[in-house]
Design a protein around this ligand. Structure first.
Ligand code: HEM
Ligand SMILES: *[C@@H]1O[C@H](CO)[C@@H](O)[C@H](O)[C@H]1NC(C)=O
Ligand SMILES: *[C@@H]1O[C@H](CO)[C@@H](O)[C@H](O)[C@H]1NC(C)=O
Length: 547
């Protein structure tokens, strides 16, 4: 008995010391003067939540925009426990933060959340490890590789078209369809086939439940839930992660299954690369001989190249971590972007018709990547969608070092002093605006808030300062941590919009005022009166008949 009490005591003490060890630096960070203390910003309504509740009470970043109008481009707001967070619309500062990605990593909390499910994939790791992974993975996402995958994008678009067509025909002339469901299945099927040559077959209504699909649902069906207190505690006290809960047991099993399936895929791809190289005698001599054209095969081939320095090679663990990473990064982002495109088209009916006329000029249902890329109005519609409805609205970063961030436009602090740089300290939180930059009238002109694809015929010079990797937009971020899959998703979206707008006429089934944009990580549409149903977009879909 006494021994037991001693053990309990010792355990308690250990946990307590650990808590102090963990919390002390955080407490110190909260109590010491913030390097942002003289940067202007609005007062926080709550100590605990800072400005966070206020900021998430509206759909668009209009509160930040109001502050920027009042105080200037460089401001701060308060996060959890009223911690100062830097917010700047200065494109030079943003460019600096994004290009110095090793000095401005992701905050530990968001990395922890991601790494729970993604392992140490390229979305999660930092520094040298990230550079190493990116070097091996980059070539798989090049234009020539995406060209090879376009057939998958088009085939799956046609399959979705047929699913919706059958639904419409079952109702006569037109049906009310939640487009989120179909688009989400379609993009899952695509990332399965294009990413790993794995068939989820999510669009197949008669198909059997698929193993990886179930695993994926288990992991992300529960991960999507709003943060619980226990979840938060587990972040602060890693030992608590060992305590099994109903959910954690299911997730652990799913992770085990994911691992097994991933390892099996890797073994298959390796065998393919070995076989092809035995045939060709030389492994790094083009794709010829490979049966698989998927991203994972290309990655493994690059990783097995004989001329690769040994310390550049990824371990099996690292390769494995890319499987859930591609699934997560490539699936709902692309389906959400396409959903917003249908949303925009289904209340800008003249844009929809003008686009349809361009698309119907192409005499085939099976366009190549080049044919898709050469359609100017389709291109403008996709760019405008990505500008007005970027699926990821902001990116969180912290300063990894004490630094001064350079500015285009000096800011005046609350004491009246003018600064041409922002002083930050290791640990300073930064909120990088994506959506807010796309809404800037200074950059895009007075009609910045309108959906108007025609603007892409001649965009203002001011937008050249936006440090995005694609199209002067922040949608895919910029710098060394920009989205690796942007070409992939643009061509996939074009294949979808090409196929669907040729086949159907779309009209919103609820008033636009009844659609709400929600989500911190990915902004999705919800029907206000049916929030409990999750993200959805009901649209009247009608077969298009050519006159
Ligand atoms: C419309 C679709 C997409 C959007 C809006 C999007 C957006 C983004 C953004 C904003 C980031 C940066 C996140 C951050 O660092 O905070 C990112 C990173 C990433 N994306 Fe995408 N993405 C899309 C599609 C895809 C696809 C199709 C794939 C893969 C097949 C993909 C793979 C990745 C990966 C691996 C990263 C991490 C890159 C790194 O940290 O080096 N994404 N994406
Ligand atoms: C991470 O997950 C926890 C618990 O699930 C949640 O409270 C927190 O908001 C999440 N943080 C981020 C940055 O997503
Ligand atoms: C998938 O595998 C099959 C059979 O090995 C092969 O014929 C096909 O070309 C592969 N597809 C891709 C995209 O790798």
């Amino acid at each position: 008995m006494a021994a037991l009490i001693n053990v309990v005591w010792a355990l308690g003490l250990a946990l307590w010391s650990y808590a102090i060890w963990r919390i002390a630096p955080a407490l110190y960070a909260l109590l010491k003067p913030s390097p942002l203390r003289y940067i202007p910003g609005a007062p926080a309504p709550s100590w605990l939540f800072g400005n966070l509740k206020q900021l998430s009470s509206v759909e668009e970043p209009i509160i930040q925009e109001g502050w920027v109008e009042k105080y200037g481009k460089t401001i701060k707001f308060k996060g959890w426990f009223s911690r100062d967070t830097l917010f700047t619309m200065d494109t030079k500062a943003i460019n600096y933060i994004l290009t110095h990605s090793s000095d401005y990593p992701k905050p530990e909390a968001s990395r922890f959340n991601l790494s729970q499910f993604l392992g140490n994939g390229v979305l999660v790791v930092e520094g040298e490890q990230h550079r190493k992974q990116r070097r091996i993975i980059n070539p798989a996402f090049g234009p020539a590789q995406i060209r090879e995958l376009t057939g998958i994008f088009v085939d799956k678009s046609l399959q979705l078209r047929d699913v919706w067509k059958n639904e419409v025909l079952a109702h006569g002339d037109s049906a009310r369809i939640d487009v989120v469901k179909g688009l989400s299945k379609m993009t899952l099927d695509v990332i399965g086939l294009a990413g790993f040559n794995y068939s989820f077959d999510a669009l197949n209504v008669h198909g059997k439940p698929n193993e990886l699909n179930e695993v994926f649902r288990t992991i992300f069906g529960t991960a999507g839930k709003r943060g619980s207190v226990f979840g938060m505690l587990k972040f602060i006290f890693p030992p608590l992660r060992l305590i099994p809960t109903e959910r954690s047991k299911r997730v652990t099993k799913a992770q085990r299954d994911m691992r097994r399936i991933g390892m099996q895929l890797i073994a298959e791809k390796k065998a393919d690369v070995m076989r092809a190289s035995a045939q060709k005698k030389k492994i790094d001599n083009g794709l010829d001989g490979l049966q698989n054209r998927d991203l994972l095969t290309l990655l493994i081939k690059a990783n097995m190249a004989t001329d690769l320095p040994e310390d550049h090679r990824l371990s099996d663990e690292d390769v494995l971590a890319q499987v859930p990473t591609f699934l997560v990064a490539g699936h709902e982002t692309t389906s959400t972007a396409t959903t917003w495109c249908l949303y925009a088209l289904s209340h800008a009916l003249e844009v929809q018709q003008k686009l349809r006329e361009e698309l119907l000029d192409i005499p085939t249902d099976h366009p190549t990547m080049d044919e898709l890329q050469e359609l100017p109005y389709l291109d403008a519609v996709i760019r405008e969608t990505m500008r007005v409805y970027p699926p990821v609205p902001t990116a969180a970063r912290i300063a990894g070092i004490d630094d001064v961030i350079p500015l285009n436009e000096p800011y005046t602090d609350i004491r009246g002093a003018v600064h041409d740089g922002i002083r930050v300290e290791k640990g300073t939180a930064i909120d990088v605006p994506l959506l807010a930059l796309h809404r800037s009238k200074e950059l895009w002109g007075e009609d910045a808030l309108e959906f108007r694809p025609e603007r892409w015929e001649s965009i203002p010079d001011t937008v050249h300062s936006v440090p995005g990797v694609w199209s002067h937009l922040m949608t895919f971020l910029g710098g060394p941590r920009a989205c690796i899959g942007y070409r992939f998703s643009i061509v996939e979206m074009k294949a979808l919009v090409f196929t669907l707008v040729r086949a159907f006429e779309f009209e919103l089934a609820v008033s636009p005022q009844n659609i709400e944009k929600q989500g911190v990580v990915i902004r999705r549409p919800f029907v206000k009166s049916e929030k409990h149903k999750g993200s959805q977009l009901p649209v009247h879909v009608k077969l298009y008949k050519r006159e």
